[in-house]
Design a protein around this ligand. Structure first.
Ligand SMILES: [Zn+2]
Length: 223
């Protein structure tokens, strides 16, 4: 499978699989969508030339590879991974790209990109824990008022957040949970990123020891 990822990516370069560049009035965000009729993935994002764009492209490419490897499943439901698995291939792709970052960056920039990714992973897991606990509290106590909600989030931020001084910014700390759009659009989905991140880290450990085996195990993520 390893040698085929480049081929799969190249096959997306033709036709209408990419809408990548940011432009006026374009909706924000980035996502991958699998089209059942054409069986061709579609990747949407808003690239403006930042490192984060590369991360997004790697992530969405992982989703695209995952869906392309599921094309031959005869049952439609088997072509989509269960939710807690949906982000494993995409998050693994972010880490599998480490040895190849020199395609884009010099040595110093590549090292910085790797460090940023690993710092992101290290802070993502406690952030997800806080956001998941917060959502459970919100839905368990639907009659709560704003002050109680603020207090709940600050309590969880104390428990899971980094040792950061919020002095003078307390109001923003109370509202910082709103930086996650998932709480509005896909309630309770956030925990799936945590489960998937652990799976991606396991694949990455394998990848560091034996790339071929990790890629084969990635292939078996289909089901
Ligand atoms: Zn994703």
């Amino acid at each position: 499978m390893a040698s085929s990822l480049g081929g799969m990516f190249d096959s997306l370069s033709f036709g209408d699989s990419f809408d990548l560049e940011s432009r006026k009035w374009k909706a924000p965000g980035g996502f991958h969508s699998h089209r059942e009729r054409s069986l061709r993935p579609f990747i949407f994002m808003n690239a403006v030339g930042r490192h984060r764009d590369l991360d997004t492209m790697l992530h969405e490419s992982g989703h695209a590879f995952h869906s392309m490897l599921c094309h031959d499943e005869p049952l439609l439901h088997y072509r989509r991974p269960p939710k807690e698995f949906a982000e494993v291939a995409s998050m693994a792709m972010e880490l599998f790209a480490f040895p190849y970052l020199d395609e884009f960056y010099d040595e110093v920039e590549a090292a910085r990109a790797k460090r940023q990714r690993l710092e992101y992973v290290a802070t993502l897991l406690p952030k997800i824990a806080a956001l998941d606990a917060f959502q459970h509290w919100i839905y368990a106590y639907p009659s709560h008022n704003r002050a109680e909600r603020d207090a709940c989030w600050v309590r969880l931020n104390d428990r899971f957040g980094a040792a950061v001084s919020w002095q003078g910014l307390e109001r923003y700390r109370q509202l910082s949970w709103q930086s996650s759009g998932h709480l509005y659009s896909v309630p309770f989905y956030m925990i799936e990123y945590g489960i998937a991140q652990l799976g991606a880290l396991q694949l990455w450990l394998q990848f560091k020891q034996d790339r071929a085996r990790a890629m084969e195990n990635g292939d078996s993520l289909r089901w």
